[in-house]
Design a protein around this ligand. Structure first.
Ligand code: NAD
Length: 453
C-alpha cells in the first residue's frame, strides 16, 4: 500500500469518528490555524523570501492578511453558515419542517500552488475545516521552502489525522489523484486541471478548479490614463507578474499607446527605482524553467520598457512590449511573468470582439469613465470576475465569489462561498405521522371520490 493510500485511509478513519463535525471543534481548529500563521510568521516570511524573493511586508500584505481575514470571518460567521436554512413549503408540506442542511462532504484533497503558496493552499482549508470536513493538504513542491514549513509545523497546531500535509511532486500528486476523495480542490494550470478532472471522474468526485488564462485589460481613451497605468503597473508587476489575476495584456487605441507606455515607465521608476533588481519590493521568477519560458515568449520583440534579465537570480525586469500582433505566441499563452504586451484595437467594439474571440478569462479589467460604456463592456463580455477602474481588487472581497469560467476554472470560493462549495446541501423534510387523511389522494386506487373525501 502506498504512503499516500495510508494517509488517505487514516484521514478517512479520523473523519468517520465524527470529531470534525461539532461547531466548537471546527472553531477551535480554525483558531489553531490562525495561531500557526501568527506564531510561525517569521519562518513563513523567510520561506517566501527564498521561494519568490518576497519582502516581509509584501508577504504580510499579499499572503497572510487575506488568510487572517478569512479565518476571522469563518470563526465569527460559522454558526450562521452551518445553521439549517428553512425554505418555502407547499400545501402538502405546510405542517412539516422543510430546510436545507449544510453538511460535510467527507475527505477533501487540496492541491495548492506556488505563486502565493500560503493563501492558495490554506484558504480552501479554512473552508474545508469550517464545513466540517477532513482534508489532505498537498502544497506545491515548486515553492519548496514554503512547502517545508507547512509540512514541518502545521501538524503541531491542527489535528494531524484529520488535516495531514502530504509533501511531494508530480508523482505523489498523481498517486493521490488515483485515490478516492469526496472533493478535489485544485489551484494551478489548465493543463494539470484537466488531468485532475479526469482522475476525479473515475470516482465521480466533484472538483473545484482554480485555473489561469489571459486576463485582458482595456484602457479607454476617455479614462484618466495616468491613474489607470499606475493601477495596472501595480497589478502586473507585483510578485513579478506571477499572479493568476494579473492583467495579462493591455488593449487600447493606437492614439493612447505612447501615453500608456510613458505612464507605465514613470510609475515603474516611482515604484521600483531606476534599477528594479535592487528594489526590495521587486520579486524573482520562481525557477529556471519559468525564467526560460518567459524569456522565450519575449523573443523577437524589442521592449519599449525593461527587457533586462539575469538568469543567476531568475530576475526579469518589468518589461513592456508595444504593437504586439494579436496572433503572436505571446498572445496565445498565459504570460505569468513581468512582461506586459500592448495590443491596439480600433475602438471599444473591437476590444469586445477581441475578448470574446478568446477563451473566457479569469478576470477582466476595464478603465473607462463613461458609465454607459462600462455597463456595455460588462454586459457584452464574460469572465470569472471583473474589476472596473482598478485591477485585482475583486479578489480581496470575501463576499464576492472568486473563480473562473470555462477554461479559467470550475466553481468558486472565498468566505461563505468556500463553505458552501465544500458542503453538501442536504434537502430535509420532516413530517409527523398525523393528518394521514391529506395523503389519501396520492394512494392507489386512484379514484376521484376518495381523492375528494
Ligand atoms: P501546475 O499546474 O503545473 O502545478 C501545480 C501542481 O500540480 C504541482 O505542484 C504538482 O504537484 C501538480 N502537478 C503538476 N504536473 C502534474 C501532473 N502531470 N499530474 C498531476 N499533478 C501534477 O502549476 P503552474 O503551471 O506552475 O501554475 C501556474 C498556473 O496556475 C497559472 O496558469 C496560473 O494562472 C494558475 N493559478 C491559478 C490561480 C487561481 O486562483 N485561479 C492561482 C494561482 C495560479
Amino acid at each position: 500500500m502506498s504512503r499516500e493510500q495510508q494517509v488517505v485511509d487514516r484521514t478517512r478513519r479520523a473523519f468517520r469518528t465524527g470529531r470534525s463535525r461539532p461547531l466548537e471543534f471546527r472553531i477551535q481548529q480554525l483558531k489553531r490555524l490562525w495561531s500557526f500563521i501568527k506564531e510561525r510568521q517569521e519562518e513563513i516570511c523567510e520561506a517566501l523570501r527564498r521561494d519568490l524573493g518576497k519582502s516581509e511586508l509584501g508577504s504580510e500584505l499579499y499572503e497572510l492578511l487575506v488568510l487572517e481575514a478569512e479565518l476571522k470571518l469563518a470563526i465569527s460567521r460559522l454558526a450562521e453558515w452551518a445553521a439549517p436554512r428553512p425554505v418555502e413549503k407547499n400545501l402538502l408540506t405546510l405542517t412539516a419542517e422543510v430546510y436545507v442542511k449544510p453538511e460535510p462532504l467527507g475527505v477533501v484533497l487540496i492541491i495548492g500552488t506556488w505563486n502565493y503558496p500560503w493563501p492558495l493552499t490554506l484558504l480552501p482549508l479554512v473552508g474545508a475545516i469550517a464545513a466540517g470536513n477532513a482534508a489532505i493538504i498537498k502544497p506545491s513542491e515548486v515553492s519548496s521552502n514554503s512547502s517545508k514549513v507547512m509540512e514541518e509545523h502545521l501538524c503541531h497546531y491542527i489535528d494531524q489525522d484529520l488535516y495531514p500535509v502530504v509533501a511531494g511532486g508530480v508523482q505523489e500528486t498523481q498517486e493521490l489523484l488515483r485515490l478516492r476523495f469526496d472533493h478535489v480542490f485544485y489551484t494551478g494550470s489548465s493543463r494539470v486541471g484537466k488531468l485532475v478532472m479526469e482522475a476525479a471522474a473515475h470516482h465521480l468526485t466533484p472538483v473545484t478548479l482554480e485555473l489561469g488564462g489571459k486576463s485582458p485589460c482595456y484602457i479607454d481613451k476617455n479614462s484618466d490614463v495616468r491613474i489607470a497605468c499606475r493601477r495596472v503597473t501595480w497589478g502586473k508587476f507585483v510578485n513579478c507578474g506571477q499572479t493568476c489575476i494579473a492583467p495579462d495584456y493591455i488593449l487600447c487605441e493606437p492614439c493612447i499607446q505612447g501615453q500608456v507606455v510613458e505612464c507605465i515607465r514613470q510609475t515603474l521608476l516611482e515604484f521600483y527605482g531606476a534599477d528594479p533588481k535592487c528594489s526590495p519590493d521587486y520579486g524573482r521568477i520562481i525557477n529556471q524553467r519559468h525564467f526560460n519560458r518567459i524569456l522565450s515568449l519575449m523573443e523577437g520583440y524589442t521592449p519599449v520598457v525593461g527587457g533586462q534579465s539575469d538568469s543567476s537570480q531568475c530576475y526579469i525586469a518589468p518589461t513592456v512590449l508595444k504593437d504586439v500582433p494579436p496572433h503572436s505566441r505571446l498572445m496565445q499563452e498565459e504570460i505569468f511573468g513581468p512582461v506586459l504586451p500592448i495590443v491596439t484595437v480600433s475602438d471599444m467594439d473591437d476590444a469586445i470582439s477581441f475578448i470574446n474571440e478568446r477563451e473566457k478569462p479569469l478576470a477582466l479589467y476595464v478603465f473607462c469613465s463613461d458609465k454607459k460604456a462600462i455597463k456595455r463592456m460588462i454586459e457584452e463580455t464574460t469572465s470569472g470576475g471583473v474589476t472596473v477602474n482598478d485591477v485585482m481588487m475583486h479578489y480581496t472581497l470575501s463576499s464576492l465569489p472568486f473563480g473562473g469560467v470555462g477554461q479559467s476554472g470550475v466553481g468558486c470560493y472565498h468566505g461563505k462561498h468556500t463553505f458552501d462549495r465544500l458542503s453538501h446541501h442536504r434537502a430535509c423534510l420532516v413530517r409527523s405521522l398525523n393528518m394521514e387523511s391529506v395523503n389519501l389522494a396520492r394512494y392507489p386506487p386512484q379514484d376521484r371520490r376518495r381523492a375528494r373525501r
